[in-house]
Design a protein around this ligand. Sequence first.
Ligand SMILES: *Cc1c(COP(=O)(O)O)cnc(C)c1O
Length: 410
Amino acid sequence: MNARSAEHVRLATLEQRDGELLVNEIPVTRLVGRVGRTPFYAYDRNLIAARVAELRAALPPRVSLHYAIKANPMPAVVGLLCDLVDGFDVASHGEMLVALNAGMSPRDVSFAGPAKQEYELRAAVAAGICINCESETELARIAHFADELAVKAEVALRVNPSFELKGSGMKMGGSARQFGIDAERIPSAIETLHGAGLQFAGLHIFCGSQNLNADAIVEANRRTVELAAALCEKASTRPRYVNIGGGYGIPYFPSDQALDLARVGTGLKEMLDAEIALDDVEIVVELGRYLVGEAGYYVTRVSDVKISQGQVFVMVDGGLHHHLANSGNFGQVLRKNYPIVVGNKLDQTAAGTVTVVGPLCTPLDLVADHVSLPEIAVGDLIVVMQSGAYGATASPQQFLGHPAAPEILV
Ligand SMILES: *Cc1c(COP(=O)(O)O)cnc(C)c1O
């Protein structure tokens, strides 16, 4: 089977029948028929549910699982996860509405974001969700809206910790940051919060993303829990919960090793068992890409094959405008190829090296650079794997005026 470029990525679940990629048992050409055109995104609901089950089995029962909606806010995906996880983390008023529309209880929806606007804070107070407050100014605004709406608003404080999650794709703590309130100022912020008649919900400490190193995550978890315990002790208060972030990564590239989830779970359990100060406090882990990233496929169709100075170019109908991360332009320092397969030729072996490009008039619109694929013909389906997170909504879909990518949950 032609899984060369995908060898490192959960080959066991790369299901095929008669050479066709199956998405939750449905051949990819049938999905093309269902959608009516290419390109599109397809998400496998079974893989999402299986991932949640793996997490439940690995993490201590005391840990609550939240989904960070920004990874994939498709309402059907959020609706599916509503029945599987314990809460949603949103980062805008729009995401808040998606979370509540899906049916999540407001109490289990938390709202983080470094520049929340007044209309967003007012709506969050009105909705009764928990706001992860990121500055003293924001705290005063929340108090104002709680007064105006006569609501006892629940507020958690987002802490900018003095440490980072080592080896993360994106760092969100450990130095001067736009996120949260510096740890030293948290005790006084808790006092202000109580003084303003607000309800103290807890602390939110998120220090990194896309991390594949279990030991680094365990170490960050330990420091996070210790910091939370120390801050609460200093402020003589007990939170309802402590959100210790997540940062669990998924393998995208041949050099990536899947995260050792069992090790993360064991480390977390040992550490929580030993931490007396936060006994009985709910511990929340918030994950985005780990829940949905490996369950998604971006399906494109070959429209032309041509040769330039000996190099074979495969032209497909989708690209950077739908899948910015795959093109290497979503925060990556060095571009590497996502795993791709020819969705209708999984039973064929590689026939040569090609470069796959999209329809945009820019050399940045690269789908896969110098990859080994079977003999390619017009009409073949090039499928980008690991595409369930930071895809459709993390891409400049208006750029060059092509239609937006439809999304289906299969
Ligand atoms: C983006 C974000 C997440 C999700 O990150 P992933 O890498 O997708 O898991 C979680 N929490 C916060 C606060 C975020 O900003």
